[in-house]
Design a protein. Structure first.
Length: 360
């Protein structure tokens, strides 16, 4: 029996979270689109998905920006599915509805309300059953997890690392903000939503000082203190870019970089998706779920800390309640290990600029 569903013209895929989460789903979205090339693929996402993906080449044909819905597009309690939204989505007549948005406690009932002929996705113990599903288990790389879902409906991967097209509008935004980036640019991104995933800013500054290249330090408006912490700790000038670029402009900036050095965060995924090598600091558990799947151009440095440095609470037991401490869990990664990977990735590009020997 073939996994393909007959007569599919409209597909809904639920993936309504942050940029790194979306990018890890791109190979699965491409696999689904390849299996149903004539179908229209609608991403059920959020407002940033609509802004970033509208008009951008890729597997997504259009985006429905969902309002806050508990367990679907927000973690906040008390946001049910608006009746009018349910009616509007059912009226689209989806033939296939795909859930790649977690274990399904909230997302599977949401998918069920769409009225699609066939549903497929992930299911944790106790979640509602879909027509076709694979178990949602702990410590499974998200990209591979989503490709298993795509396979349920006939989708076959054509690569594991995501790719995102940089558009003329992205490059124009970068030009308005920064002008022409200097050759050999290296970007440093010290932020991460979870403070426990942040390598100390002084370490980023030391690495940046040891690279004899132009340095840009990127971050959102909420990460201003981190960005300025790196710039302030450096012994030479660097360009701080705090909330100055949208996602498209940031993609264009990273496209022009020879390397991006970061924590485990969405911008690292974005840099990789536009074809730029990355060096990143990861906590061991996060590396399993969200690390790069290749090592030719992407080098993770791993912290093996497994308990909170303050209270000793376990970090590897995903069912344990999170302790309240926000101290870094990745501070044990040495600068020299990061520099080894920086040197290795930059060496070929340094040769192209006649700058060999510019690392210390």
């Amino acid at each position: 029996m073939t996994a393909l569903v007959d007569g599919v013209e409209r597909i809904a895929v639920l993936r309504a979270n942050a940029i790194g989460d979306y990018l890890m789903a791109v190979p699965a979205l491409e696999a689904i689109k390849r299996a149903y090339p004539g179908a229209r693929l609608t991403l059920l996402g959020t407002a940033w998905h609509a802004a970033f993906l509208t008009g951008r080449p890729g597997p997504v044909d259009d985006v429905v920006a969902l309002p806050p819905i508990t367990g679907v597009s927000t973690s906040e309690i008390g946001h049910p599915v608006p009746d009018e939204l349910g009616e509007e989505l059912r009226g689209r007549g989806f033939d296939l509805a795909v859930q790649i948005h977690g274990g399904g406690r909230y997302s599977n009932p949401f998918i069920g309300r769409l009225g699609a002929r066939v549903t497929a996705g992930l299911r944790a113990p106790g979640a509602e059953t879909l027509d076709r599903w694979v178990p949602y288990t702990d410590y499974h790389h998200e990209t591979l997890r989503f490709l298993q879902v795509a396979a349920l409906i006939g989708g076959i991967a054509d690569g594991l690392e995501p790719r995102v097209a940089v558009t003329g509008a992205d490059r124009a935004e970068l030009a308005r903000v920064l002008g022409e980036p200097p050759p050999g640019l290296v970007a440093v991104h010290p932020g991460a939503n979870d403070p426990r995933r942040r390598w100390p800013v002084e370490r980023f500054a030391e690495v940046a000082d040891r690279i004899d290249r132009p340095i840009a330090v990127t971050g959102t408006a909420q990460e201003k203190d981190l960005v300025m912490g790196v710039v302030g700790a450096m012994r030479r000038p660097a360009l701080p870019l705090v909330g100055a670029l949208g996602l498209g402009g940031l993609a264009a900036l990273y496209e022009r970089c020879d390397l991006v050095i970061a924590n485990d965060t969405g911008p690292r995924h974005l840099a990789a998706a536009v074809g730029t090598p990355t060096v990143a600091v990861y906590w061991c558990g996060n590396l399993i779920n969200a690390g790069p799947l290749s090592r030719t151009e992407h080098r993770p440095l791993i912290s093996w800390t497994t308990t909170c440095p303050v209270c000793g609470a376990s970090g590897v037991d995903v069912r344990a309640e999170r302790c309240p401490h926000d101290l870094s869990w990745v501070a044990d990664v040495p600068v020299e290990l990061v520099m080894e990977q920086v040197r290795d990735l930059l060496m070929g590009r340094l040769a192209g600029y006649g700058l060999l020997g510019g690392l210390t």
